[in-house]
Design a protein around this ligand. Structure first.
Ligand SMILES: [Zn+2]
Length: 276
């Protein structure tokens, strides 16, 4: 079984402020360590559950002053037994999916979409610049976007670790009882009730170990029979206009763009470029 883990920082246990997710504050270093160790726990769980290979990718951009986009892990602390993708833009490293080298994906450190209540550090793609993303009229989270990208390549979702809102949201989107590691619960956007990080890591490890052995609980590859229409509502017109220059992207309001495709990925790829 070959696993790809899509990892983010905001849903990691112990993290509940932006200062822990980027910038020059010492709290960012604390966040990096918490993030690295929780990813390690998921890797250990996958391997213990029988995964033949694990590729984890750092999907946290965190364009804060002094932050290092997609380079948040502390490399010297990373667990052996997996490969790690750093420095590559969120949602864009799809090579294992394209090549048929991924049997299942999982999420670590997942957070909920912008605007959801009691969701820690909730946002969708960009906390300042994006208001919402919807697919065929339904508002969706970053995890749902990635699940739909994987689904475009026929790949199922096996497990998720993150805050309770993110886990509940993705389970509802996929209509499935995937194994979830709810490492914290939002008491607002910047307050949490959480496990101790060491306990969260044990939970994440066990959840991924279980998931590897419970194919019947995986969410089938996400697909839709309808044409996929993705609508992105941005914070302001200056954010929308440059996107509307891309081929296939339509400006449908002063700060709203739309794309469409036969699959989610075909549509998404029109507005989201790996290195734009
Ligand atoms: Zn992030």
């Amino acid at each position: 079984m070959r696993v790809v883990l899509f990892c983010d920082m905001e849903g990691v246990c112990g993290i509940q402020s932006w200062e822990q997710t980027g910038g020059s504050s010492p709290l960012y270093q604390e966040g990096r360590e918490l993030y690295t160790e929780e990813v390690n726990a998921a890797v250990r769980g996958c391997l213990a559950g029988g995964a033949a290979s694990v590729v984890a990718q750092d999907g946290h951009g965190g364009a804060y002053p002094g932050g290092r986009a997609f380079m948040n892990w502390i490399p010297s602390l990373l667990a052996a037994g997996a490969e790690y993708v750093r420095g590559y833009r969120w949602s864009s490293y799809v090579e294992p999916l394209e090549k048929g080298e991924c049997d299942v994906i999982g999420f670590v450190g997942a957070h909920a979409r912008a605007g959801l209540e009691n969701a820690v550090l909730s946002h969708t793609v960009n906390a300042d610049g994006w208001y919402s993303v919807s697919m065929n009229g339904q508002e969706i989270s970053e995890s749902a976007i990635i699940a739909a990208i994987a689904g475009s390549f026929g790949v199922p979702v096996g497990a998720i670790a993150g805050d309770a809102a993110a886990c509940d949201e993705l389970s509802a989107f996929l209509g499935s009882d995937i194994p979830c590691a709810r490492v914290k619960m939002g008491l607002g956007r910047y307050a949490v009730r959480m496990l101790a990080p060491v306990a969260a890591r044990a939970l994440v490890e066990e959840t991924f170990r279980t998931a590897m052995r419970s194919r019947e609980r995986w969410a089938p590859p996400y697909t839709t029979r309808d044409t996929v229409v993705i609508r992105v509502e941005l914070a302001s017109p200056d954010r929308a206009r440059p996107m509307a220059e891309y081929e296939g992207v339509t400006l449908v309001g002063p700060r709203t763009v739309e794309v469409e495709g036969r699959t989610f990925y075909e549509a998404w790829r029109k507005l989201w470029r790996p290195w734009s």
